[in-house]
Design a protein around this ligand. Structure first.
Ligand SMILES: [Zn+2]
Length: 268
Protein backbone atom coordinates (compact mmCIF):
# COMPACT_ATOMS: atom_id res chain seq x y z
CA UNK A 1 0.00 0.00 0.00
CA UNK A 2 1.49 3.26 -1.07
CA UNK A 3 1.31 6.24 1.21
CA UNK A 4 1.26 9.45 -0.75
CA UNK A 5 2.95 12.41 0.85
CA UNK A 6 0.70 15.14 2.09
CA UNK A 7 1.06 18.55 0.62
CA UNK A 8 0.55 21.17 3.24
CA UNK A 9 -1.08 24.38 2.25
CA UNK A 10 -2.37 27.04 4.53
CA UNK A 11 -3.75 30.51 4.53
CA UNK A 12 -2.95 31.64 8.03
CA UNK A 13 0.30 31.77 9.89
CA UNK A 14 2.11 29.32 7.69
CA UNK A 15 4.21 29.96 4.68
CA UNK A 16 3.76 27.77 1.65
CA UNK A 17 6.71 26.87 -0.51
CA UNK A 18 6.12 27.82 -4.15
CA UNK A 19 6.77 24.25 -5.30
CA UNK A 20 4.17 22.94 -2.85
CA UNK A 21 1.61 25.44 -4.09
CA UNK A 22 2.44 24.55 -7.69
CA UNK A 23 2.12 20.85 -7.04
CA UNK A 24 -1.19 21.38 -5.26
CA UNK A 25 -2.46 23.49 -8.15
CA UNK A 26 -1.40 20.83 -10.65
CA UNK A 27 -3.13 18.09 -8.69
CA UNK A 28 -6.33 20.12 -8.55
CA UNK A 29 -6.13 20.90 -12.29
CA UNK A 30 -5.70 17.25 -13.19
CA UNK A 31 -8.18 15.84 -10.72
CA UNK A 32 -11.32 14.15 -12.00
CA UNK A 33 -12.99 14.94 -8.71
CA UNK A 34 -12.29 16.95 -5.59
CA UNK A 35 -13.53 15.99 -2.17
CA UNK A 36 -13.35 18.87 0.30
CA UNK A 37 -13.36 18.11 4.01
CA UNK A 38 -13.76 21.29 6.02
CA UNK A 39 -13.68 21.92 9.75
CA UNK A 40 -13.90 24.88 12.12
CA UNK A 41 -10.43 26.12 11.19
CA UNK A 42 -11.52 27.23 7.76
CA UNK A 43 -14.28 29.46 9.16
CA UNK A 44 -11.87 30.90 11.75
CA UNK A 45 -9.39 31.62 8.95
CA UNK A 46 -12.19 33.20 6.93
CA UNK A 47 -12.87 35.62 9.78
CA UNK A 48 -15.51 33.92 11.91
CA UNK A 49 -13.29 33.80 14.98
CA UNK A 50 -14.95 32.80 18.25
CA UNK A 51 -12.68 34.67 20.64
CA UNK A 52 -10.91 38.00 21.02
CA UNK A 53 -12.52 41.26 19.98
CA UNK A 54 -15.18 39.57 17.88
CA UNK A 55 -16.44 37.91 21.07
CA UNK A 56 -15.98 40.76 23.54
CA UNK A 57 -17.41 43.40 21.16
CA UNK A 58 -20.57 41.43 20.45
CA UNK A 59 -21.15 39.67 23.76
CA UNK A 60 -20.12 42.31 26.30
CA UNK A 61 -23.39 42.22 28.22
CA UNK A 62 -23.36 38.41 28.35
CA UNK A 63 -19.80 38.43 29.71
CA UNK A 64 -20.84 40.95 32.34
CA UNK A 65 -23.99 39.06 33.31
CA UNK A 66 -22.62 35.51 33.44
CA UNK A 67 -18.99 36.19 34.29
CA UNK A 68 -15.79 36.38 32.25
CA UNK A 69 -14.67 33.11 33.83
CA UNK A 70 -17.41 31.20 31.99
CA UNK A 71 -17.84 33.43 28.97
CA UNK A 72 -14.35 33.20 27.51
CA UNK A 73 -15.32 32.75 23.87
CA UNK A 74 -18.30 31.78 21.75
CA UNK A 75 -17.46 28.10 21.94
CA UNK A 76 -17.42 27.87 25.74
CA UNK A 77 -20.34 30.31 26.06
CA UNK A 78 -22.49 27.83 24.14
CA UNK A 79 -21.97 25.31 26.96
CA UNK A 80 -23.03 27.72 29.71
CA UNK A 81 -25.87 26.20 31.78
CA UNK A 82 -28.39 28.96 31.09
CA UNK A 83 -30.94 28.88 33.94
CA UNK A 84 -34.04 29.54 31.83
CA UNK A 85 -35.28 29.16 28.27
CA UNK A 86 -35.40 32.95 28.04
CA UNK A 87 -31.69 33.08 28.89
CA UNK A 88 -30.78 30.14 26.63
CA UNK A 89 -32.47 31.66 23.58
CA UNK A 90 -31.22 35.11 24.54
CA UNK A 91 -27.72 33.76 24.00
CA UNK A 92 -28.29 31.43 21.05
CA UNK A 93 -30.29 33.91 19.01
CA UNK A 94 -27.35 36.31 19.28
CA UNK A 95 -24.80 33.57 18.51
CA UNK A 96 -26.77 32.54 15.47
CA UNK A 97 -27.21 36.10 14.17
CA UNK A 98 -23.48 36.81 14.56
CA UNK A 99 -22.21 33.57 13.02
CA UNK A 100 -24.93 32.40 10.67
CA UNK A 101 -27.30 35.11 9.46
CA UNK A 102 -25.37 38.40 9.48
CA UNK A 103 -22.04 37.47 7.84
CA UNK A 104 -22.01 37.52 4.04
CA UNK A 105 -20.20 34.86 2.02
CA UNK A 106 -16.63 35.40 3.16
CA UNK A 107 -13.78 35.86 0.65
CA UNK A 108 -11.93 32.67 1.66
CA UNK A 109 -15.02 30.55 1.00
CA UNK A 110 -15.58 32.32 -2.31
CA UNK A 111 -11.97 31.58 -3.26
CA UNK A 112 -12.41 27.90 -2.46
CA UNK A 113 -15.57 27.93 -4.57
CA UNK A 114 -13.62 29.41 -7.51
CA UNK A 115 -11.01 26.69 -7.06
CA UNK A 116 -13.49 23.89 -7.67
CA UNK A 117 -15.74 25.63 -10.19
CA UNK A 118 -16.49 23.35 -13.11
CA UNK A 119 -15.07 20.36 -11.26
CA UNK A 120 -16.85 17.32 -9.98
CA UNK A 121 -16.64 18.15 -6.29
CA UNK A 122 -18.30 17.41 -2.99
CA UNK A 123 -18.05 19.12 0.39
CA UNK A 124 -18.13 17.21 3.66
CA UNK A 125 -18.17 19.65 6.53
CA UNK A 126 -18.61 19.76 10.28
CA UNK A 127 -19.25 23.51 10.06
CA UNK A 128 -22.71 24.77 10.89
CA UNK A 129 -22.43 28.38 9.70
CA UNK A 130 -23.76 27.89 6.15
CA UNK A 131 -20.72 29.54 4.54
CA UNK A 132 -20.38 26.95 1.76
CA UNK A 133 -23.97 27.53 0.67
CA UNK A 134 -23.56 31.32 0.84
CA UNK A 135 -20.36 31.21 -1.22
CA UNK A 136 -22.15 29.55 -4.11
CA UNK A 137 -21.34 25.87 -3.66
CA UNK A 138 -24.13 23.71 -5.02
CA UNK A 139 -26.49 22.70 -2.19
CA UNK A 140 -26.66 19.21 -3.64
CA UNK A 141 -22.90 18.85 -3.21
CA UNK A 142 -22.71 19.73 0.48
CA UNK A 143 -23.13 17.40 3.43
CA UNK A 144 -23.11 19.39 6.70
CA UNK A 145 -23.12 16.50 9.14
CA UNK A 146 -23.35 18.39 12.41
CA UNK A 147 -26.37 20.61 11.90
CA UNK A 148 -27.00 24.26 11.15
CA UNK A 149 -27.09 27.34 13.39
CA UNK A 150 -30.12 28.42 11.39
CA UNK A 151 -32.37 25.54 12.49
CA UNK A 152 -33.93 24.36 15.72
CA UNK A 153 -35.31 20.97 16.76
CA UNK A 154 -37.13 19.26 19.62
CA UNK A 155 -34.74 19.01 22.58
CA UNK A 156 -35.58 15.32 22.92
CA UNK A 157 -35.62 14.70 19.18
CA UNK A 158 -39.18 13.35 19.47
CA UNK A 159 -39.76 13.67 15.72
CA UNK A 160 -37.32 13.82 12.81
CA UNK A 161 -37.85 17.38 11.70
CA UNK A 162 -35.94 20.64 11.99
CA UNK A 163 -37.38 24.16 11.80
CA UNK A 164 -35.98 27.24 10.10
CA UNK A 165 -35.38 29.80 12.85
CA UNK A 166 -34.25 32.84 10.87
CA UNK A 167 -37.38 34.87 11.49
CA UNK A 168 -37.62 33.73 15.13
CA UNK A 169 -34.00 34.62 15.87
CA UNK A 170 -34.33 38.00 14.29
CA UNK A 171 -37.43 38.73 16.43
CA UNK A 172 -35.55 37.51 19.52
CA UNK A 173 -32.63 39.72 18.58
CA UNK A 174 -34.85 42.79 18.45
CA UNK A 175 -36.72 41.97 21.67
CA UNK A 176 -33.75 40.87 23.80
CA UNK A 177 -33.27 42.84 27.02
CA UNK A 178 -30.52 42.22 29.55
CA UNK A 179 -29.54 39.05 27.66
CA UNK A 180 -33.08 37.60 27.93
CA UNK A 181 -35.76 37.16 25.33
CA UNK A 182 -39.45 37.58 26.28
CA UNK A 183 -41.27 34.37 27.27
CA UNK A 184 -43.72 34.77 24.39
CA UNK A 185 -40.85 34.04 21.95
CA UNK A 186 -39.66 30.81 23.64
CA UNK A 187 -40.25 28.05 21.05
CA UNK A 188 -42.01 24.83 22.04
CA UNK A 189 -41.99 21.49 20.24
CA UNK A 190 -45.11 21.33 18.05
CA UNK A 191 -45.36 17.57 18.68
CA UNK A 192 -44.55 16.90 22.36
CA UNK A 193 -44.83 20.45 23.69
CA UNK A 194 -41.36 20.24 25.25
CA UNK A 195 -38.42 22.56 24.88
CA UNK A 196 -36.65 23.14 21.61
CA UNK A 197 -32.90 23.36 21.08
CA UNK A 198 -30.38 24.31 18.42
CA UNK A 199 -29.93 21.85 15.58
CA UNK A 200 -26.37 20.99 16.57
CA UNK A 201 -24.99 17.54 17.20
CA UNK A 202 -24.22 17.65 20.90
CA UNK A 203 -26.09 14.64 22.26
CA UNK A 204 -28.02 11.54 21.19
CA UNK A 205 -31.13 13.59 20.41
CA UNK A 206 -29.65 15.25 17.33
CA UNK A 207 -32.24 15.07 14.57
CA UNK A 208 -31.23 13.58 11.24
CA UNK A 209 -34.12 14.66 9.05
CA UNK A 210 -34.91 13.81 5.41
CA UNK A 211 -32.54 16.51 4.12
CA UNK A 212 -29.73 15.17 6.28
CA UNK A 213 -30.25 11.60 5.02
CA UNK A 214 -30.50 12.72 1.41
CA UNK A 215 -27.21 14.63 1.72
CA UNK A 216 -25.60 11.59 3.37
CA UNK A 217 -26.81 9.47 0.45
CA UNK A 218 -25.40 11.91 -2.11
CA UNK A 219 -22.06 11.87 -0.29
CA UNK A 220 -21.95 8.07 -0.39
CA UNK A 221 -22.84 8.09 -4.09
CA UNK A 222 -20.01 10.54 -4.69
CA UNK A 223 -17.56 8.27 -2.87
CA UNK A 224 -18.67 5.29 -4.96
CA UNK A 225 -18.34 7.30 -8.17
CA UNK A 226 -14.77 8.27 -7.43
CA UNK A 227 -13.50 4.72 -7.03
CA UNK A 228 -10.45 4.07 -9.21
CA UNK A 229 -10.44 7.63 -10.52
CA UNK A 230 -7.90 10.33 -10.06
CA UNK A 231 -8.92 12.64 -7.30
CA UNK A 232 -7.87 15.11 -4.69
CA UNK A 233 -8.92 15.21 -1.07
CA UNK A 234 -8.70 18.80 0.10
CA UNK A 235 -8.69 18.90 3.89
CA UNK A 236 -9.19 22.37 5.34
CA UNK A 237 -9.10 23.44 8.97
CA UNK A 238 -9.89 20.02 10.38
CA UNK A 239 -8.85 19.48 13.98
CA UNK A 240 -9.33 16.74 16.53
CA UNK A 241 -12.80 17.55 17.84
CA UNK A 242 -14.51 15.06 15.56
CA UNK A 243 -11.69 13.22 13.70
CA UNK A 244 -13.92 10.28 12.80
CA UNK A 245 -15.91 12.41 10.36
CA UNK A 246 -13.22 13.82 8.07
CA UNK A 247 -9.66 13.28 9.31
CA UNK A 248 -9.55 9.51 9.78
CA UNK A 249 -11.72 8.54 6.80
CA UNK A 250 -9.68 10.82 4.52
CA UNK A 251 -6.43 9.27 5.78
CA UNK A 252 -7.82 5.81 5.14
CA UNK A 253 -9.01 6.67 1.64
CA UNK A 254 -5.60 8.06 0.68
CA UNK A 255 -3.84 5.02 2.15
CA UNK A 256 -6.04 2.57 0.33
CA UNK A 257 -6.32 4.22 -3.05
CA UNK A 258 -3.26 5.13 -5.07
CA UNK A 259 -5.28 7.36 -7.39
CA UNK A 260 -5.89 9.79 -4.56
CA UNK A 261 -3.78 12.68 -3.36
CA UNK A 262 -4.38 14.58 -0.19
CA UNK A 263 -3.87 18.31 0.06
CA UNK A 264 -4.20 20.14 3.30
CA UNK A 265 -3.95 19.29 6.94
CA UNK A 266 -3.61 23.03 7.08
CA UNK A 267 -2.96 24.12 10.63
CA UNK A 268 -5.28 27.08 10.67
ZN1 LIG B 1 -40.84 17.04 20.84
Amino acid sequence: MKRYPEIKISNVGQSVLPEQAERAAALIREAEFILIGAGAGVSAAAGLTYSGARFTDNFGEFIEKYGAMYMTDMYSAGFYPFPTQEAKWGYWSKHSMINRFLPPALPLYRQICELVKGKNYFVLTTNVDHQFQKAGFCEERIFATQGDYGNIQCERGCHPQVYDAEDLFSRMDEARQECLIPSRLVPKCPVCGGNMTMHLRCDQYFVEDDNWHEAAGRYNDFLKGMENRKGVLLELGVGFNTPTIIRYPFERMVCENQNLSQIGRAHV
